[in-house]
Design a protein around this ligand. Sequence first.
Ligand SMILES: [Zn+2]
Length: 251
Amino acid sequence: MNIIRVSALNTNYIWILYNYRNECIVIDPGEAIEVLKILKRFQLVLRAILLTHNHLDHVNGVSILMQYFPKTIIYGPAETKNNSTHFLVSEGDDFVLLQKKFRVFHFPGHTLGHIGFYCMPWLFCGDTVFSAGCGTFCVGLAQKMYESFIKIRLFPSNTLIFSGHEYTLPNVNFAISILPHDRFIINYRNRVIKLREKNKSTVPTTVNLELKVNLFFRCNNVDVKRALNLSSDIKEKWQVFYELRKKKDLF
Ligand SMILES: [Zn+2]
């Protein structure tokens, strides 16, 4: 199986998986035009669309793609039901596409019904984990987002994380503001700057890398807690996670 990264809208990534028979799967088509160009260029036939959540910048291309490929089967969480989704899937569901097994994981936080698709070693996590960062969430879903991060950290360390956006440079700049002396984050930032200067992507990332550069996986770190000036009544790790995200929003 091969994968093509399509840059769309401002910062979105749409992922296209295809096999040797030129059959393909599109993940989170926030728009159709760029996807159709690639399908034409590589002469790919669309077999399935996978949706991680129901935000317009992840689903807006579905109806046009369906006009071109009406036999396409759509998989998504319950919140995507108005996008003609054929299979509403949830945690633990398995299915096979293009001879590959996919497993569904529930990653609530960015939206309540947000899911991810795992096709070993690839994890399509939508707007949950970004390289060195984390998707937005409302106050009420902070603990759920934290728990989704816990779930993702348990994936094999070589898992490739395909996020829905290119946000790495601002994320890593924020990480440096919290841990200015962390050699690993400093080196990563240098690498990211070089890649972005050449307009190259920093995604996919890996679980192994994120455990080092993503502070949202490091809420236990004393220096992170100190940088957040947390009051001593904060006991729960998800509260540290929430404070970190709040600080990032103001960054
Ligand atoms: Zn979103």
